[in-house]
Design a protein around this ligand. Structure first.
Ligand SMILES: Nc1nc2c(ncn2[C@@H]2O[C@H](COP(=O)(O)OP(=O)(O)OP(=O)(O)O)[C@@H](O)[C@H]2O)c(=O)[nH]1
Ligand SMILES: [Mg+2]
Length: 317
């Protein structure tokens, strides 16, 4: 089964325009007018990668591999150097998993249960709205559960997304037990014979032990209703946070078996290079990326499209 591969290259290009304007324009300026790509040029390129938040170690590795490849290349034209650099960048993005995997799994479990976790403001609720929309569009019956009972307006915000996506929501009252909402959501989804369950949770910092332990409780309750649940636990991280995102993944891993990362807000930053760092350092595959606030702005993560979008403009921007 292959339901959707939500990659719209133009939208991706538009979303990544801030990073592209900074990184690509600087790279183009650095290599233009150079008769040959010498050591000084490579060092300049390394600096550009570092300023896009790719991290010092990774930027050095990428340039080192580019340097090695260039040694055996007769063709050191600008175009070729760019191609080599692009290939090196793409090869660092090997830790990902596309929709095919997920949809193969979805055929085996009904409902397929996805728990969404992350720090405050990372983009969890928005991502749920966008995911619900994608699944609905693919013809699946979706139920979302509002297990963020911590923030008063959380339920209302999720309700707006449920309406936009046209899916069912199991609502909660502020201050109630999030595990109870998760329990109800799963039972309702079972009754309705739904295909997908998405569960929203409150933002939490790893320093708040009680909140982190609550994740364990939600997990246990889900598996009481359906022994295989949850099928996925996605950690949503803000792409602007760079190194901090890696720390968040480490901390949340202590409390929940994360199965995927969703990197959001890549449109709002010129530091989209952080995704390379995140992808490179953590064992958890990147699954989706957020490139805008709208319902269509969640894309399946695909390394080739991502690198292409960082290097090429759309017709209009
Ligand atoms: N530009 C942009 N904004 C985003 C993206 N994803 C989320 N946002 C914005 O980020 C802000 C926070 O998003 P939420 O979805 O409320 O984040 P949350 O993780 O649910 O927050 P809490 O529930 O308070 O922890 C909102 O203003 C969203 O519109 C994205 O991919 N791009
Ligand atoms: Mg939220």
């Amino acid at each position: 089964m292959k339901l959707f591969k939500n990659i719209n290259l133009d939208k991706l290009k538009t979303g990544l325009s801030k990073t592209r304007d900074k990184v690509f324009t600087s790279i183009a300026e650095t290599i233009s007018g150079k008769a040959k790509i010498d050591e000084a040029t490579l060092e300049e390129l390394e600096e550009i990668l570092i300023t896009s938040d790719m991290g010092v170690d990774l930027s050095m590795q990428i340039i080192e591999r580019t340097r090695e490849t260039l040694k055996s290349e007769k063709d050191r034209t600008k175009v070729n150097v760019l191609e080599i650099l692009k290939e090196e960048l793409e090869s660092t993005l090997s830790n990902y998993k596309d929709d095919d995997h997920e949809f193969a799994e979805m055929e085996k479990f009904k409902p397929f249960v996805i728990l969404i976790v992350g720090v405050n403001g990372a983009g969890k609720t928005t991502t749920i709205g966008k995911l619900a929309h994608n699944y609905k569009k693919a013809g699946l019956e979706v139920v979302i559960g509002s297990a963020d009972t911590f923030r008063a307006a959380a339920n209302e915000q999720l309700e707006i997304w449920a309406k936009r996506a046209g899916v069912e929501i199991v609502q909660s009252v502020s201050g109630s037990d999030p595990s109870a909402v998760a329990f109800d959501t799963l039972n309702i989804a079972k009754t309705k014979n739904a295909d997908i369950v998405l569960i929203d949770t409150a933002g939490r910092l790893h320093t708040k032990n009680n909140l982190m332990n609550e994740l364990g409780k939600i997990n246990r309750v889900l598996s009481k209703v359906l022994d295989y649940a949850p099928n996925e636990i996605f950690l949503v991280v803000d792409g602007n946070t760079g190194q901090n995102a890696i720390m968040q993944a480490n901390e949340f891993s202590k409390y929940a078996d994360l199965t995927g990362l969703v990197i959001t807000k890549l449109d709002g930053t010129a530091k989209g290079g952080s995704l390379f760092q995140i992808c490179n350092q953590k064992n958890i595959p990147v699954r989706y990326i957020g490139v805008g606030e709208g319902i269509e702005d969640l894309q399946t993560f695909d390394p080739k499209s991502f690198v292409d979008a960082m290097f090429t403009k759309t017709e209009t921007n």
